[in-house]
Design a protein around this ligand. Structure first.
Ligand SMILES: Cc1cc2nc3c(=O)[nH]c(=O)nc-3n(C[C@H](O)[C@H](O)[C@H](O)COP(=O)(O)O)c2cc1C
Length: 243
């Protein structure tokens, strides 16, 4: 079957709450969609996400129980748990630095050495400034600094611990959407969920307490009554603004 175009996939995607028990989905195809999700942009290319692909029936039932057995989880054939791993920032930072060094080692030009210095400065000095924090104390002082010096010149404002949390969740949510659109392109249905007991699910997945669950995505093929009603959107006059 031919894949849907981006527009077709976007229109096809609905949050499906009831999946057809008789229609199977292929694990490899779902895995391919997860790999496509990993091609999503992420803040500073930090890729502070993880995708836990739940394929075993037994495991799925356990996770579903912690999603309060809502139909989108209970009837799903598989689940994908999108996890935010802010705690891995040093590790991802090192990967980016290694990548910069290896990329620039292949080129000799003087111009590229300037670019390398700039890129290394960004990852070695600026990114740690944003991510490093000690129980929010450093973030508090960073915020005060920004508030004072931001009066005199434009400054990056998102420096507190809470801001970093938003930064990491934004990127994970983009990846979740890429995953759902990739699934829609091959006629597979999904439902993003945030109604779950994150503490119990983290324990079930052996995740550290510093990790956070962005979303759990139910996957399967829709039943006729699997979509609850017509798509509803407020008028774009309320949400679209031209300047
Ligand atoms: C972050 C997020 C969390 C959501 N959580 C749930 C959920 O826990 N259970 C559920 O049935 N739907 C959940 N939804 C689905 C929304 O209700 C749904 O996207 C919205 O009603 C629009 O419908 P549509 O996706 O079919 O266009 C969630 C959606 C998002 C983006």
């Amino acid at each position: 079957m031919q894949e849907k175009s981006v527009s077709e996939a976007i229109y096809f995607r609905r949050s499906v709450r009831i999946y057809d028990p008789t229609k199977l989905i292929e694990t490899e195809k779902v895995k391919k969609c997860i790999n496509q999700a990993m091609l999503s942009p992420s803040s500073s290319n930090m890729q502070l996400w993880e995708f836990h692909h739940i394929i075993s029936e037994d495991f799925k039932n356990k996770i579903s129980k912690y999603c309060f057995n809502q139909p989108a989880a209970k009837t799903a054939k598989q689940l994908v748990v999108v996890v935010v791993r802010r705690d891995l920032w040093r590790n991802r930072l090192s990967s980016n630095i290694r990548n910069i060094k290896s990329t620039f080692s292949k080129t000799e030009k003087i111009e590229s050495s300037k670019q390398e210095k700039k890129a290394l400065y960004y990852y070695q000095k600026l990114v740690p400034l944003i991510y490093s924090d000690f129980i929010g104390i450093k973030g508090f002082f960073k915020k005060i600094y920004v508030k004072i010096f931001g009066i005199f010149k434009p400054m990056y404002q998102e420096v507190s611990s809470g801001d970093v949390r938003v930064i990491t969740h934004k990127s994970a949510a983009l990846a979740a959407q890429s995953f759902m659109i990739s699934m829609a392109a091959i006629g597979y249905d999904t439902c993003p969920m945030e109604g779950f007991d994150s503490k119990r699910i983290k324990k079930q997945l052996n995740l550290p307490s510093a990790s956070e669950i962005s979303m759990i995505i139910g996957c399967g093929i829709r039943k006729n009554n699997g979509v609850y009603g017509e798509r509803f959107r407020v008028p774009s006059s309320e949400t679209y603004h031209v300047h």
